[in-house]
Design a protein around this ligand. Structure first.
Ligand code: ADP
Ligand code: MG
Length: 226
């Protein structure tokens, strides 16, 4: 399944990635190349429709690229199924399990991985503490505010310790004040956990606040390439 790891290569590498949707005249993602070092948070900043979500979908494996490669730590993962990549994804609207409690949402991925209950509860407690939601442990997620919901979504995605976290406009559905506060918290959480992450956003201030490096995306292309 995995190819040998090239020496010295760590983190994510995207090489000449192109996605052309069936029937489309222009590629949604056009010959994109960039790298993300381990522990780094990189923002992909660009206007609506420039191909950000398509690029994330191709990296995580929801969309198969037309050409190009995605590799991690030197291993080509372009054809690897989603669940074998060890990547996590957070959407704009969280997409929580509506009938589970906060703790139930955080535990989901750990249950799938068959983590024993004692360990699982410990990990859920750690995560609740990390995102400041300890008092909401047994709360139904339907009763949470938008900001609290996104904290749950972030914690849930971090639960299985993904080697790469992809965040697709995670703060866009929140109002300005909350967005600013959660942006600060998000940066702290990603730094504390040493998470390697890509943040997709159309908001320059959010990109600057959360990421250590900002790449600009326009009409399917990412600049500067490297
Ligand atoms: P962004 O996330 O930056 O707003 P998207 O990746 O969603 O951009 O979209 C990039 C382009 O691809 C747009 O022109 C959009 O209409 C098109 N597109 C997105 N998803 C699909 C799809 N499933 N099928 C066909 N075209 C799509
Ligand atoms: Mg999008």
């Amino acid at each position: 399944m995995s190819k040998p790891v090239a020496s010295g290569e760590t983190g994510l590498r995207v090489d000449s990635l192109t996605v052309i949707y069936p029937g489309a005249h222009e590629p949604a993602v056009d010959t994109v190349s960039f790298a993300v070092e381990r522990g780094e948070t990189v923002a992909l900043l660009g206007p609506s429709g420039c191909g950000k979500s398509t690029l994330l979908a191709a990296i995580v494996g929801i969309t198969t690229p037309t050409t190009g490669t995605v590799s991690f730590d030197g291993e080509d993962v372009t054809r690897l199924p989603i669940h074998r990549r060890g990547f996590g994804l957070v959407f704009q609207d969280g997409q929580l399990f509506p009938h589970r409690t906060v703790a139930g949402n955080l535990a989901f991925g750990l249950e799938m991985a068959r983590m024993p209950a004692v360990q699982r509860n410990k990990r859920v407690s750690e995560l609740l503490d990390l995102v400041g939601l300890t008092r909401y442990r047994d709360q139904a997620v339907a009763k949470l505010s938008g900001g609290e919901r996104q904290r749950v979504a972030l914690a849930r995605s971090l639960a299985p310790r993904p080697r790469l976290l992809l965040l697709d406009e995670p703060l866009s559905s929140l109002d300005a004040e909350l967005r600013a506060r959660l942006a600060d918290d998000m940066r702290d959480i990603l730094t504390t956990t040493g998470t390697t992450a890509i943040l997709v956003t159309h908001d320059p201030s959010e990109a600057e606040k959360i990421a250590s490096r900002v790449l600009h995306m326009t009409a399917g292309r990412v600049e500067p390439a490297r």
